[in-house]
Design a binder for this molecule. Structure first.
Ligand code: NCD
Length: 380
């Protein structure tokens, strides 16, 4: 059956913030990621022909083959999961992968706008970008929109997808975290989430909280805040303000020892603990005087061990890579969900590429104007 309709609530073409995702869009992504996962099982990965269309659970068929579309990687920070899963997602969907050029002219002093404008001129269908600068993907989106020849609302030269920007956001990670929550709990409403690790610098926590504010109902957030010798390693005020504004119940619990942490985990009705790695590489730039001490302080308060998982029965999420904040022995613990999260990265990013690219084209072909990208907040 040929696809004839465009999905409701399309908020793309560029995907640079988890705050862009609405409830209907999140539900659509969950359905499509499920379709992708099922189809991957049916065709046994790459050994069989990938179809042109998929028929979803609602019996509606949609285009799912990226043949001829060039998906470019712009990976200017280390990555093991995000970029590999974008690469697998591209290849699974039969898109054409344009790998990252390691040896580029940024090392000669080229500016980032010049880098992105050149990229726009190559006319990729999508560019997935990761960098250490906060809001770089927003700038890229704005530059792609302003590229000479782009007709606002009609024609585009490429969509930008953020693969993580500095300490700001990692929107596709948040979407796969939410998908894994749905898979694990059977719902994305009414659960208690304990977040911990690097509350001040983790972009994955920031994006996940954006998403929760936008799409979930009845979620209770507990924040396990490491406190060592009166130093509080808590979240930025702005994050708490955002939760309050969105009406998300939240509570910051100071944790000064592994004993405090054990009490918190075992005495409360927590469904998921979301731990994160102390982002040591960011501390230098943030003028932290002793980055190693900061890592030791955080880890000493909130380290998760297999014994703690046994005692608490709480499911452990982590965006990975984990360091000492999660003991290696947790890797094969039945309550550790992080390899499941990592593996969900492929079908979720397939669903996102499909939505960003093909639904947008469909929308255009049906004569609908492309939703304008809100230049106001991107033109920074
Ligand atoms: C994280 C990242 O790069 O933001 N990992 C990921 O993409 N899955 C987390 C981290 O580096 O600590």
């Amino acid at each position: 059956m040929a696809p004839t309709h465009a999905p409701e609530q399309l908020r793309f073409p560029h995907f640079v913030s988890a705050a862009q995702v609405t409830r209907p869009l999140m539900e659509l992504i969950i359905r499509r990621a499920n379709d992708m996962r099922r189809m991957l099982q049916t065709v046994d990965g790459c050994t069989h022909h990938w179809p042109m269309t998929i028929t979803g659970e609602d019996s509606v068929a949609y285009h799912c083959n990226l043949e001829g579309r060039r998906i470019a990687m712009d990976q200017r920070e280390s990555s093991s999961r995000t970029f590999r899963s974008f690469i697998f997602a591209t290849v699974n969907l039969r898109g054409e992968l344009i790998p990252h050029l390691q040896d580029n002219s940024l090392s000669k002093g080229e500016s980032l706008p010049s880098h992105y404008m050149t990229f726009a001129g190559n006319h990729p269908a999508v560019v997935v970008t990761r960098s250490s600068g906060n809001l770089d993907p927003h700038r890229a989106a704005w530059l792609f929109e302003s590229y000479p020849g782009t007709v606002p609302g009609k024609q585009r030269y490429g969509a930008v997808i953020s693969g993580g920007d500095g300490t700001n956001e990692h929107p596709t990670q948040a979407v796969l975290d939410m998908y894994t929550t749905w898979q694990t709990l059977g719902r994305i409403d009414n659960f208690t989430l304990l977040i911990t690790g690097d509350l001040g610098y983790s972009r994955t926590i920031n994006s996940l909280l954006h998403l929760i504010c936008n799409v979930c109902q009845g979620v209770r957030i507990k924040i396990a805040m490491p406190v060592v010798e009166d130093i509080e390693y808590g979240p930025p005020e702005e994050v708490l303000y955002r939760l309050t504004q969105a009406g998300v119940a939240h509570e910051t619990v100071p944790v000064s020892s592994s004993h405090d942490f054990e009490l918190l985990l075992t005495n409360h009705d927590i469904d998921i603990v979301y731990s994160t790695r102390p982002q040591r590489e960011r501390y230098q730039a943030a003028l932290v005087s002793d980055p190693d001490q900061m890592v030791r302080d955080i880890v000493s308060c909130i380290r998760i061990t297999p014994e703690l998982l046994d005692k608490s029965g709480v499911r452990l999420f982590h965006p990975l890579p984990h360091t000492d904040e999660v003991a290696d022995g947790c890797d094969f613990h039945p309550l550790s969900m992080y390899f499941k999260q990592a593996s969900n990265g492929v079908p979720v990013r397939m669903a996102l590429l499909q939505l960003v690219l093909l639904d947008l084209e469909l929308l255009q072909s049906l004569g609908n104007p492309v939703p304008p990208f809100p230049l106001g907040w991107a033109a920074l």
